[in-house]
Design a protein around this ligand. Structure first.
Ligand code: SAM
Length: 302
């Protein structure tokens, strides 16, 4: 528990999100990545009385936290769904909401997920390489590392991690798994370090960062989710509705930028952020997760 209304997760760029998406009393809000509910709570607080929030998350543990956070909003009406935001149309239908006024995506993983040693998202803890946001389905990162071919691994690291040494790292993984399977975050970090030339081990970011990012994207099908989710979100916007996305790496931001530019060019949508907004230096100093955040938003003509 902390000063943020009982949530440990600090919502990224909250001031910018509220200013640009500008939720009003009585509006319908959709938070596609509700997480611990930090953004959702602040959005819903501005929509009461009369407003309603629908929150979605893949992670059942996140939804428990969101429930606790949102319960504190006096007079707030909300519905929570466990599942992928690419199903957002089904969830809205279930609660009889035809269109929404404000939509937010705050992409990637939460600090709760990153800081949970058992989930294998972080190289800071030695743990089984799971990396599934919904750990009841799909393949774990360890299963992928032990089953993809060398060429497939190299492609994953190059495309989703933009990793220069993708080929060396893929080869080292295949050589290692001939002897023992790659099971833990510690195994993977050691393999990556052993595969890199010594100059590449002295980087500002941890040398395994891009490999962890690549695996997480594939395990959770993140880019495909984003494309489908955005296209359904655009359809769900009411006239005058605002849609905002906080992204954390260039692959996500590229998809958001192109989608929004195309919508603006096609007419009927206005860019609310000509360039992406970035967190203030103060925010980054207080929350390192905000460091790479970019926020873009559009508005549907009213
Ligand atoms: C950065 S956190 C959101 C934090 C939240 N805005 C808050 O203030 O607490 C991202 C959340 O999105 C969820 N998530 C990621 N991909 C998803 C998807 N395709 N569908 C639904 N939820 C997803 C993750 O499980 C995680 O809880």
């Amino acid at each position: 528990m902390n000063v943020n209304g009982g949530i440990d997760h600090i919502p990224v760029m909250l001031g910018e999100v509220l200013e640009v998406l500008s939720p009003q009393r009585g509006e319908r809000i959709l938070d596609c990545t509700v997480g611990a509910g930090g953004h959702a709570r602040a959005l819903l607080e501005r929509a009461v009385p009369g407003g309603v929030l629908v929150g979605i998350d893949l992670d059942p543990r996140a939804l428990e936290r969101a429930e606790t956070t949102l319960r504190g909003v006096k007079g707030g009406r909300y519905y929570l769904f466990q599942g992928p935001y690419s199903n957002l149309d089904e969830y809205l239908l279930k609660v009889g909401i035809e269109a929404v006024d404000v939509i937010l995506f705050d992409l990637g993983i939460s600090s709760m997920q990153l800081d949970d040693p058992s989930r294998g998202f972080s190289f800071r803890y030695d743990a089984y390489l799971d990396m599934r946001m919904d750990d009841s389905r799909g393949f774990t990162a360890a299963e992928l590392l032990n089953s993809l071919s060398q060429e497939e691994l190299e492609r994953v690291f190059r495309v989703y991690g933009e990793e220069r040494f993708a080929s060396r790292i893929a080869r080292a993984i295949v050589e290692r798994r001939l002897r023992y399977p790659v099971e833990t975050t510690g195994d993977l970090v050691n393999i990556v370090l052993s595969a890199l030339p010594s100059r590449a081990r002295r980087q500002r970011i941890h040398p395994a960062t891009r490999i962890f990012q690549a695996l997480r994207i594939v395990v959770n099908d993140e880019l495909h989710q984003l494309e489908t989710g955005l296209s359904k979100a655009v359809k769900a916007l009411a006239p005058g509705g605002r849609l905002g996305v906080i992204s954390f790496h260039s692959l996500e931001d590229r998809i958001v930028k192109h989608t929004f530019r195309q919508l603006a060019r096609g007419g009927g949508f206005e860019l609310l952020t000509k360039k992406p907004l970035r967190p203030s230096p103060d925010e980054v100093a207080g929350n390192s997760r905000a460091r790479s955040a970019k926020f873009r938003a559009i508005r549907k003509a009213g």
